[in-house]
Design a protein around this ligand. Sequence first.
Ligand code: B4P
Length: 191
Amino acid sequence: MVNFLIFGPPGSGKGTQSVRLAKKFNLMHLSTGDMLRAEIAAGTGLGKRMSSIMSKGELVPDEVVIEMIAAKIDSTRDKAGFLFDGFPRTVAQTEALGRMLSAREMKIDSMLVLDVDHDELVKRLILRAEQSGRPDDKDPAVIENRIDVYKAKTEPIIEYCRERGLYEPVNGVGTIDDIFERLSGLIKKYV
Ligand code: B4P
């Protein structure tokens, strides 16, 4: 199995690219954001508890997403590997993922980091708010908070992965097709 992290700030295009990459390379796409939004849409107790955290642009507790990911890893069959999208988001989640994978004799092969400047991120998320109705996209103050939370809690993972030789930066500005080609070129080295 080959396993990848797709990484970058909110609005960098992780979700957009992951759907296409998963299809092309037969990877299991695991997006903690999508899983959490599915809980909210289904009106579960967990969804209700997480909804106010997400609408403020804060991170949900580590143990919630770690449990979700572990369950998905164990129920996945017939895939060439995993594409983790929006997970991990803290160093604690990264360490938990490492333990989960090594217990199953797997590892992360590469961390693909989408590099997009601040103004472009804000522009994309404001545009998405018009179509998605996502509460965390509607308010510019919440968008700024998500970017700040990314810098404070998520960005340190880059150094953690760089030290382990996993870091591969990708220019995340350009057309969706161009960025898909850049990412595909990197993934092809492993599959
Ligand atoms: P996520 O669902 O992970 O969402 P995201 O970071 O906002 O977006 P992404 O980078 O995937 O952007 P997209 O492709 O959609 O997280 C949402 C929330 O869930 C978090 O804030 C947090 O509260 C919670 N959460 C999730 N995982 C968690 C975890 N592990 N731990 C704790 N909390 C967690 O692209 C954005 C827009 O840009 C789209 O409209 C797209 O069409 C557009 N776009 C994409 N590529 C483009 C391009 N090249 N050019 C122009 N536009 C582009």
